[in-house]
Design a protein around this ligand. Structure first.
Ligand code: PMP
Length: 393
């Protein structure tokens, strides 16, 4: 076989990426073992049947040919109206492109603003694909370190250092994996750095309907940011449509026009029946979204109760999204060693913090994606297990 490109073989940056625990858990499940999987961000409910009916009706009605590459007009309008209502920033069809999920939107956004060899910054801990996205466009990952004791919010000095000379900064609020919802002051600091460096802000807002504390603010709404922000949205988390692959990018018209050229040469758009289902779901209003979000709020409140008296395991306040981040450093183990030991001894699978960057060393991320009683038992077991380890240490 001839050589593969360096760009693709170097995508994962080498070394352990912390996903071993996930794959080991999956293998155990396939072998018939009972494993509580608290790893990836997949709901324990499926897409609402009403959305599936809309998908079916559209497909049977003939919307199975090539669909409009930037997205069908009515859906782009609906997304624009949603963003206008949420953020207060007047947004029109020309500011919106529909994408096959948020992931493709993250890739396309970086493609649009990063040249080969440009540094591209993002906050650490980060969603696991971020460094790979940056490398896939030939840019250089520049993680911005944060501290557990500051709730993993980026601090000005670290931002300034990482952003110097960078083409873009990617942020994610509500945050995966930390559960942080960025306050206005943090977003204003971010905006100031991005403006001073004359760079782009890529704002990953795929968890914007899952806010348990505080308010979701889109940085695009801050003064001067509309012309330098690309917002990434998705219906994966808000409508339990992970498998439908539907999301969007919102930004300045010229950027969207360029992104449409990219889509014409890559994805060639999103299936029409998926877009029609998405349109139906958005028009249905908050009812479906609230139903999808409710179990996570419930479990997050359960988790808060269980974790409040813990002295060994310490929790980072889960203000949004589907995860609780736990500091397990008192056990003396790394996040990876802790997760492996937990899987072996209790058949509970969580993600090691290390899979989300160096700032999350010694932490684990627990997805709240199993039924309440199972979740509660698993979380209590994690606490007891950690306490036992700390005693033995
Ligand atoms: N951003 C974040 C922070 C995520 O957690 C995810 C999915 N887990 C995505 C983007 C991508 O989601 P999708 O492609 O399903 O829209």
């Amino acid at each position: 076989m001839p050589k593969l490109s360096q760009r693709i073989t170097g995508l994962n940056g080498g070394g352990s990426d912390g996903w071993d625990v996930f794959y080991r858990a999956r293998a155990m499940v396939e072998a018939g073992e009972d494993v509580v999987e608290l790893t990836i961000g997949e709901h324990d409910i499926r897409t609402d049947p009403a959305i599936l009916n809309a998908m079916y009706d559209s497909a049977v009605g003939g919307h199975t040919g090539y669909a409009s590459v930037p997205g069908v007009g009515a859906l782009r309008d609906e997304i624009a109206a949603r963003i206008t209502a949420q953020s207060g920033v007047p947004t029109e069809r020309k500011n919106v492109m529909v994408t096959p999920g948020g992931q493709a939107a993250l890739f396309s956004a970086h493609m649009a603003v990063c040249g080969s060899g440009d540094p591209a910054a993002f906050i650490d801990p980060y969603y696991a694909t971020y460094p790979g996205v940056v490398r896939s466009v030939g840019a250089i990952p520049r993680p911005v370190p944060t501290r557990s004791r500051f709730g993993f919010l980026p601090q000005k000095d670290a931002l300034q250092t990482a952003c110097r000379g960078a083409a873009s900064l990617m942020i994610n609020t509500p945050n995966n994996p930390t559960g942080a919802v960025y306050p206005k002051a943090t977003l204003e600091e971010i905006a100031a750095v991005v403006e001073a460096e004359d760079m782009w802000l890529i704002s990953d807002e795929v968890y914007d309907t899952q806010v348990w504390e505080g308010t979701h603010l889109s940085p695009r709404a801050l003064p001067g940011m509309q012309d330098r922000t690309l917002v990434v949205g998705s219906m994966s988390k808000s409508h339990a449509m992970t498998g439908s692959r539907i999301g969007w990018i919102v930004g300045p018209e010229d950027a969207i026009t360029a992104l449409i050229d990219l889509a014409t040469n890559t994805t060639y758009g999103v299936p029409g029946y998926i877009q029609d289902a998405a349109l139906f779901a958005l028009r249905a209003g908050a009812e479906i979204e609230d139903r999808v979000a409710a179990p996570f709020l419930r479990r997050r409140n359960m988790a808060r109760q269980i974790l409040q008296d813990q002295t060994i395991v310490r929790s980072i306040p889960a203000q949004g999204a589907m995860y609780v981040m736990l500091d397990v450093r008192e056990t003396g183990l790394s996040g990876e060693a802790f997760a492996n030991a937990l899987l072996d001894s209790h058949r509970i699978a969580v993600m090691p913090g290390e899979s989300f960057g160096q700032s999350a060393e010694g932490h684990i991320r627990v997805a709240m994606t199993v039924a309440d009683d199972r979740f509660e038992t698993a979380l209590r077991t994690i606490c007891t297990f950690a306490a036992g380890l700390a005693k033995a240490a």
